[in-house]
Design a protein around this ligand. Structure first.
Ligand code: SAH
Ligand code: SF4
Ligand code: F3S
Length: 457
């Protein structure tokens, strides 16, 4: 390999990724990073020393878009100081804006759409050899390649099993920037999971915009889980995100049966009002949603369910909002992610009158959060005195003398750090819960043990 050529304080052979957005975007950064590693470049977290900076963008809400744009703005000066720096924009904003980004941001060299990130090293080479500024955003077959060693976490990995979305919820930009659903052949998924587990991963999360719609030939998500469950060394299998219109009893029963599949589902509800659910084009009613939750809890009494909500969708009245509050009270989620509606140009809802004032959106957001917090606290208090299997993830950010990890139900647990060296991230321990806050359980370590067990009822 050639000695890296250093210019100013930047290293031509170092790449820095700055990633916004969902797990799929994070995975795309990881896969693109793997391609650079294959081409002999190394990764850095420090954008000031990198010869290539890649900003991976999200535009799911206005706020996400503003953050990504303000980040791009920051590199204007860096580019003036070091014109050899290659600045690339990838992800959903790159896909949506294409050439426009090159016009609006003269310091951006590469715009790389959601289906082209595997080509980033080639695009960088083109720019460096005088090929001018480039935008690659056309349609292309989805590339699922991966370099297992280039992942940030040794013990945990995300595996994309499908890409794109056919649901067209009226508020959502994702189908426009990620394209139609494409499911990956099960054998390919299995090979990747085996390679990752062989490389030290004990937890795998299968990813898809709507993972329950996975289908390749006769293989649906339940069948895929069945293929993956027996892989030796795999301890935890998860999948996100579930859509209420596609989640099946068969899937829930399969989850209950397979030892590695964790007792957690994220099923976005979005609203508790049928009128709003209909305007959102979600394809289910609040009653159906409640049925799914009841059926999941019946099949798996220890399951934890989390959800997403949008408040202030066009036309949402106080009565509609109260229906959402009532759904949240009813369903006993361990966690809810609550978003204020943000019109996304190009979607159906963007043509509706965004009539809920910002102050009302804010108020509803606070109120729903407060309801969820109270319920999370009550739910967490019931866990005090019980013991859970926790997969350690590393030192707690707030207090370095503690370790944090997750239960199979995806609850965060913080435990005191013992001196034992073997408690590296990825170790499974038993923790008895002693106290809690709405989002965190605090416990004492009982024993470390790498066997698979169900969390106790
Ligand atoms: N594919 C996943 C996630 C989609 S984006 C799913 O369907 O569950 C994550 C969340 O962002 C959505 O569940 C929704 O709650 C929220 N969201 C999407 N578009 C939004 C918009 N225009 N305004 C506010 N929230 C939005
Ligand atoms: Fe967006 Fe709906 Fe698809 Fe989720 S299911 S990505 S919310 S269109
Ligand atoms: Fe954002 Fe694109 Fe994910 S818009 S939420 S990064 S699919």
């Amino acid at each position: 390999m050639k000695t890296p050529q250093t210019f100013q304080n930047r290293d031509k052979a170092k790449v820095c990724f700055i990633t916004f957005g969902c797990q799929m975007n994070k995975l795309d950064s990881e896969l693109a990073a793997g391609e650079f590693v294959k081409h002999g470049l190394s990764l850095t977290q420090n954008p000031d020393e990198a010869g290539v900076v890649v900003v991976n963008t999200c535009i799911v809400r206005g706020h996400a878009e503003e953050r990504a744009l303000s980040h791009l703005g920051r590199f204007k000066r860096a580019k003036q100081q070091c014109p050899e720096l290659v600045l690339a924009v990838m992800g959903c904003m790159a896909q949506k804006e294409g050439q426009n980004l090159l016009h609006a941001y003269p310091h951006v060299d590469i715009v790389c759409g959601t289906k082209h990130f595997g080509r980033l090293p080639e695009l960088v080479r083109k720019v460096r050899s005088g090929g001018g500024r480039l935008a690659a955003t056309g349609d292309a077959p989805v590339k699922f390649d991966r370099v297992p060693s280039a992942r940030p976490n040794r013990y945990r990995a995300f595996v994309s099993i499908m890409r794109g979305c056919n649901s067209f919820c009226s508020y959502c930009i994702v189908p426009y920037v990620r394209g139609r659903e494409v499911s990956r052949p099960p054998q390919e998924v299995e090979d990747e999971v085996r390679a990752l587990v062989g490389d030290g991963c004990i937890e795998i999360t299968l990813l898809g915009q709507n993972v329950d719609a996975y289908r390749h030939g006769d293989t649906d998500l339940a069948a895929l889980l069945r293929h993956l469950d027996p892989i030796p060394g795999l301890k935890r299998l998860r999948f996100i995100t579930s859509h209420p219109k596609d989640i099946s009893a068969r899937l829930l029963e399969t989850m209950a049966e397979l030892p590695t599949v964790c007792e957690h589902v994220h099923i976005a509800a979005q609203s508790g009002s049928n009128r709003i659910l209909n305007a959102m084009n979600r394809g289910y009613t609040a009653e159906r949603y409640r049925e799914i939750v009841a059926s999941a809890r019946h099949i798996m009494p220890t399951i934890e369910i989390s959800s997403d909500f949008i408040v202030g969708f066009p036309g949402e009245t106080d009565k509609d909002f109260e229906a959402t509050v009532s759904l949240v009270r009813n369903c006993q989620f361990n966690q809810s992610f609550i978003f204020k509606y943000s019109p996304r140009p190009g979607t159906k809802a963007a043509k509706m009158h965004d009539d809920v004032p910002t102050s009302v959106k804010q108020e509803r957001n606070h109120r729903l959060l407060a309801v969820q917090e109270q319920l999370s606290s009550e739910r967490n208090r019931l866990k005090q005195g019980r013991t859970f299997e926790v997969m350690l993830e590393g030192a707690s950010k707030r207090d370095r003398s503690r370790l944090t990890g997750r239960t199979r139900g995806n609850d965060i647990v913080v435990v005191p750090k013992p001196d034992a060296a073997e408690l590296a991230p990825g170790t499974l321990v038993d923790a008895r819960i002693t106290r809690c806050t709405p989002l965190t359980l605090f416990g004492e370590m009982q024993r470390t043990d790498a066997t698979i067990r169900r969390s106790e009822p």
